[in-house]
Every structure is written in structure tokens, then in C-alpha cells.
Design a protein around this ligand. Sequence first.
Ligand code: MLT
Ligand code: MN
Ligand code: ZN
Length: 317
Amino acid sequence: MKIRVLGSSAGGGFPQWNCNCRNCAGVRSGAVRAQPRTQSSIAVTRGHTGEATHHLTRSPASWVLVNASPDILVQLRASPDLQPARAMRDTAIAAVVLVDGQVDHTTGLYMLREATRPWPLWCTDAVYGDLTRGNPILKVLSHYCGIDHRVMVPDGMTFEVDGTPGLRWQALPVAGKPAPYSPNRQSPHPGDNVALLIADERTDATAVYAPGLEAIDARVWQAMQSASCVLVDGTFWSNDEMLRAGLSRHTAREIGHLPQSGDGGMLEWLARLPAATRKILTHVNNTNPILDEDSPERAELKRRGVEVAWDGMEITL
Ligand code: MLT
Ligand code: MN
Ligand code: ZN
């Protein structure tokens, strides 16, 4: 299987349009060595399917889009193979899977409204509820291409997603927060946020994708321990990062993100994984010092063998 990181930043992107934090101002002026990043999304493929009927013809690979970021149009332009041009209107994206109902993971559905058929869309009932009530994107979309809703039950049961035969998908509930417009903002439900496990039946390789999680419970930890690659929440370096910068009244954990540093932080968990496991942080907030390639925090990741996702990064498992 192949995972392409389409966008590796948290909501707001990097640099964020109205932000003058050290990183955002620094990447604009060139004073900070860092790569701009678009908002969180990956595309997943099993690779080419079907037998070649001629030595030159192979059916193009189909992909599953995991999360639809507001930056999807720019992301698609940067990934020309997602446009196989078999017809006047075409795409290599066969289905969409959502890990939560937040703005940065769902607004791109509006940009995909010209599809010629309803999008097969996998999400939990909790997310479906938020996207038909608090932020009724799916109702608005019904006036365009519409969606073909597939219920994703966050119980670890395996399911197959259109376009990736041979990949086994599972969703596990993770602690986190539903979006501010969710009727359940103050009383989170299982399924507001999920971790995805994606396994390739052919190679047995497994990826865990969890761009937003507040804590790692026993089931998610078990999945991480048996994965070949974990692509996990890299939003904040420290729990009080936004507080100290004067940008928020909330800690990382209060808004559903486990920070990297400190007791019980993501780095402690990652250090306990097998050495061979690829450990990658994604959904990186623009305030996070790991974006600065010359920062001591980035050097610390390097020492620990932890990578930082970047737009266009491709992971072959
Ligand atoms: C989050 O991950 O906490 C949210 O997506 C933040 C946002 O986009 O406003
Ligand atoms: Mn987010
Ligand atoms: Zn910033």
C-alpha cells in the first residue's frame, strides 16, 4: 500500500493567513527554515489493480481520500496522478473516509461537489450527525453530487472501502473533542474522533492513522505496537503552547490533542514502539517548534527517529 500525505498541517495551515507567531512570520520572511504546509489529509492506494492487458496499458491506481481539507484543490494539483483523465470528468479518488467532523477535515467536500456521482463517504454516526446538524455540509452537498453514506462503526470491525480492494480498514474510537458546532461539544461521544488502521492483505503491512487524539488507550496502543507505520497527532509540542503564545485560553489536551513533550506525551509513547516502526507526526500546528528545521525540538525528534510529515511525503508499506 501507498500513503501520500496531501496535507500535513493542522487547521489553519502553515503559515496561517492571519498569524504572526515565530514560525508563521519566520517562514514568510525566510528567517525560519521551514516548509509551508496545507491542511491535514492523506490519500491511500493499494497500487495498480487488474492485470495488464497490453504491455503499455495498466489500469490507473484508485485512491481513497482520508479527510477532505479546505486545501484539497491545491493538493490535487500537486498530485497529478489523482487525475487519470479517462473521461471528460474523472478522478482517481474512489471514496472518502473521515476521521472526525472538524472544519479542516471536511470543508474540502464542498470543493469536490462537481463529482458525477454521489461520493461514497465513510464516517461514524457521530460525525454524520454533526455534518447534518451543527454544520450541515452533507445536506448542502445533496444539492450537488450528494453522498452515498457508508456507516463506519468505531468498533474495530474490518471493512472494505471502494477503490482499495485488498486493504482491510478498521476504525477505533479515540479520546478527543467533536467540533465546536457539534451538539456534543461538551459531552464527547465515541466516534467523534477515530484512529484508522489500514492493513494490506498481501504484505501484512499495517498503518495507523490518527491525526487527532487526546490520549492513547489500550486498544489504540495495541494497534500502534503491531503497525509498520504510525502517522499520528503532531499538533502541539507542549500542552500550554497556545496559552503561552497568547493565542488561546485552552491547553492542547483540552482541545483534543496529546502534546509531544512532557509526562505521558506522544514522544514517550513512540519511544516504546519497536525500532523498526516508522514513526511520523502529522497535523502539525503552525505554532509547533518542530516545523523549524533548525530547532532543538526538531533535533530531538531526529535523535529519537521520529519523522515530521510534509506535503507530498509518500509512505510505501
Ligand atoms: C482541531 O484539530 O483541533 C481542529 O481541526 C482545529 C480547527 O481546525 O479549528
Ligand atoms: Mn484538525
Ligand atoms: Zn502561526
